[in-house]
Design a protein around this ligand. Structure first.
Ligand code: NAD
Length: 293
């Protein structure tokens, strides 16, 4: 079986390396990033999205947002020109659920199947092959690609029909953004009160307030390390998709809207390329205090 892998950025590159390590034959392509390192590891380089798809039985895409996925799959020279009946396209990008449904319709007309399968866990888990993968689509296609997804993730869950993977991912991104904001507000209060934030972390991480987000982000914040990881601009994209989807469904999301404005303030402050843990920089500026070791 040959797997086409399109989108070799922060996430796609280590994910594709894990597939090569697992023994799969890969055809790789990225519109902007070089991929000589993957070719050196045994992957075949393609010169377009169409070519990567035509060489493959299963095509995986890992791209920034809905417009990139639509361009790469449905655009001129896109995946759709290189596929046909029996092939399966798995989009692992985090995009709007409505865009997943649109892409599925177009691929169905060519006889190909489509799954939306976004991931949670970030770069370290992409490297380790321990991502959480949430999938939307039909059971048969899911069963076919599950062994492939298991080489990139430690949990692979079919959550429902097409678009359900991205609905689940939007829920995930709301929880993560609000959790970083809550941790930020709390630690800025403690620091301004003169209490050592390292000791606050030690004291509360094992209690009800503790979280995976706190364990991942507080050590970075204490070191003043805002290198991405997950860029502010990608979280703006996810919350925009969450707001649009929620409003279309008639679901008010007031806390998501508030954190979106925090992210917009970081954008104005030139921090779109920082890790989303930089949310604390907004609170630090308001209170004129830094949460550091
Ligand atoms: P990235 O920007 O590092 O990589 C995206 C890659 O897609 C780039 O190399 C770019 O050149 C390529 N690309 C863009 N348009 C293309 C096209 N039309 N054809 C072919 N290639 C194209 O982004 P990333 O951090 O790897 O994130 C990818 C997706 O995964 C996003 O949806 C993101 O929200 C999601 N995600 C990221 C993280 C993280 O921690 N970085 C965690 C979970 C989920």
């Amino acid at each position: 079986m040959t797997i086409g892998f399109i989108g070799l950025g922060i996430m796609g590159r280590p994910m594709s390396k894990n597939l090569i390590k697992a023994g799969y034959k890969l055809a790789v392509y990225d519109k902007f990033a070089k991929f000589d390192d993957l070719v050196a590891l045994g992957a075949e380089g393609a010169s377009s999205n169409k070519e990567a798809a035509s060489k493959s039985d299963v095509v995986i895409t890992m791209l920034p947002n809905s417009p990139h996925v639509k361009e790469a799959i449905l655009g001129p020279g896109g995946v759709i020109e290189g596929i046909g009946p029996g092939k399966i396209v798995v989009d692992m990008s985090s995009i709007a659920p409505a865009a997943s449904r649109e892409v599925e319709e177009a691929l169905k007309a060519k006889g190909a199947a489509f799954l939306d399968a976004p991931v949670s866990g970030g770069e370290p888990k992409a490297v380790d092959g321990t991502l959480a993968i949430m999938v939307g689509g039909d059971q048969k296609s899911f069963d076919t690609v599950k062994p492939i997804l298991e080489k990139m993730g430690s949990s692979v869950t079919l959550v429902g029909d097409i678009g359900s993977g991205n609905i689940t991912k939007l829920a995930n991104q709301i929880v993560v953004a609000l959790n970083i904001a809550a941790v930020s507000e709390a630690f800025v209060l403690a620091a301004k009160a003169g209490v050592d934030p390292v000791k606050v972390f030690d004291a509360i991480k094992g209690g009800l307030a503790g979280s995976t987000v706190m364990n991942a982000k507080i050590p970075m914040i204490l070191d003043g390390n805002f290198k991405p990881g997950f860029r502010v601009e990608l979280h703006i994209k996810d919350l925009q998709n969450a707001l649009d989807t929620a409003h279309k469904l008639g679901v008010p999301v007031p806390l998501t809207a508030a954190v979106m404005e925090t992210l917009q303030a970081l954008k104005v402050d030139g921090m779109v390329a920082s890790d989303h843990s930089a949310i604390i920089r907004y609170y630090e500026k308001l209170a004129q205090i830094e949460v550091r070791k």
